[in-house]
Design a protein around this ligand. Structure first.
Ligand code: GSH
Length: 381
């Protein structure tokens, strides 16, 4: 049983590799598939040979890494209007945690954190851009959900920010930080289209038996404008988005309040990319992990050189010294050195972008796992 199952797997594998060769867009992908194809076919005869000393190349390059390397620029999808996550400044620069993770991927793949072509996408546009290959990776306050992961040709990377949905209303309407969800009974609640937030709020209202009118807009600038104009009684999205908007747009003499204190949904936000390119998925995922591991080890952009020359074996490996694993991912040995030196570790990225608008790590789900949070990376070994 087991052996025929393994044979089937090996056959499937050989088939997949031939498929990759047909669709391969780069020389590297084509060369690899040629070699792999033979190895995989031979293996069907003696499928356990990986343990007998023969090598089976399990790389499933879908071509994105080679394409980015050949292009010399990373195409990264962002919002462009999400304060603290990806916000286009008046001078055209893009700031925020998501924008920095685009830079981190560019630093790893191209050695240059500035080699990023940012594309602004609304919530409703973003997934089609991934599916069409218009962006290599999407970093746009995007919540990892079952349907997005399984139904629409995308895969998700590690969560870079654990968020949850909240509401924002006016103190002058009687809302306070301790208001409960049910207090929005009768309200016009606004958000942007194509989001998890739109369905979460309707589902919870139905469950609680309250009546609300949900109005959606194409982008969040329109939502905020409608709130300021009084068209919407309450607006809703990821808590971080509300904090960002309040920091930036709360009018003089008006108090905007965010509630309920405990968010009413889970919104794990992180990178996503087209599915079935595990070579590229590994690259994006390990860029995120590298920033987390550096944070766990207190290695920052200013101490990265000491760490590379130091005694902490995991950091030495991760930064490209003895035992490095990056070249087997088709990256340069110093790929993650470039990430940490040019962009920083997770804490530096968080502190630079989120702390200024009032979002704190300590005591939140975004704290280190050793401090009660969920920010955790597998070991670099
Ligand atoms: N995380 C949710 C919501 C994403 C979303 O569109 N969030 C808003 C609020 S942070 C946004 O990015 N708006 C852009 C902006 O604030 O301009 C999802 O993936 O559906």
């Amino acid at each position: 049983m087991r052996s025929s199952f393994l044979k089937m797997l090996a056959l499937l594998f050989a088939f997949a590799l031939v498929g990759a060769a047909c669709g391969g867009s780069s020389d590297e992908a084509t060369d690899d598939s040629g070699g792999d194809d033979t190895a995989a076919t031979d293996d069907t005869a003696s499928d356990d040979t990986a343990t007998d000393g023969e090598t089976v190349d399990l790389t499933q390059g879908g071509g994105t890494l080679a394409a980015v390397q050949a292009r010399g620029t990373l195409n990264c999808g962002v919002s462009g209007t999400a304060v603290a996550f990806s916000f286009i400044e008046a001078d055209g620069s893009v700031n925020g945690l998501d924008a920095d993770y685009c830079r981190a991927v560019a630093a790893a793949v191209l050695g240059d954190s500035e080699a990023v072509n940012f594309t602004s996408l609304t919530a409703a546009e973003r997934f089609a851009a991934v599916q069409a290959g218009e962006v290599d990776v999407l970093m746009r306050n995007s919540t990892w959900t079952q349907s997005r992961d399984t139904e629409v040709g995308m895969d998700f990377g590690p969560t870079t920010y654990y968020d949850g949905q909240q509401l924002m209303g006016l103190a002058s309407d009687g809302f306070s930080g301790s208001s409960e969800f049910a207090e929005i009974d009768g309200a016009v609640v606004c958000t942007n289209a194509g989001t998890t937030t739109e369905t979460n709020v309707s589902e919870l209202a139905a469950k609680l038996g309250i009546s609300i009118t949900v109005q959606t807009f194409e982008d969040y600038n329109q939502v905020a404008d409608a709130f300021i104009a009084g068209t919407c009684d309450v607006i809703t999205t990821d808590g971080s988005g509300l904090v960002g908007r309040k920091a930036q747009q709360e009018p003089e003499g008006v108090e905007w309040v965010i509630f309920p204190a405990t968010p009413f949904s889970k919104e794990p936000l992180g990178p996503l990319y087209a599915q079935n390119d595990s070579e590229w998925a590994d690259v994006v995922n390990w860029v995120v992990y590298a920033t987390v591991i550096a944070d766990e080890n207190d290695v920052t952009s200013s101490t990265v050189d000491d760490a590379l020359a130091g005694e902490n074996a995991e950091m030495v490996r991760l930064l490209g010294g003895e035992g490095q694993l990056q070249t087997s991912m088709n990256l340069s040995a110093d790929a993650f050195y470039n990430v940490i030196s040019q962009v920083g570790n997770y804490d530096e990225i968080f502190a630079r972008n989120l702390v200024p608008v009032g979002l704190e790590r300590a005591g939140s789900a975004n704290a280190r796992w050793t401090e009660g949070g969920l920010i955790y990376a597998p070991p670099a070994r």
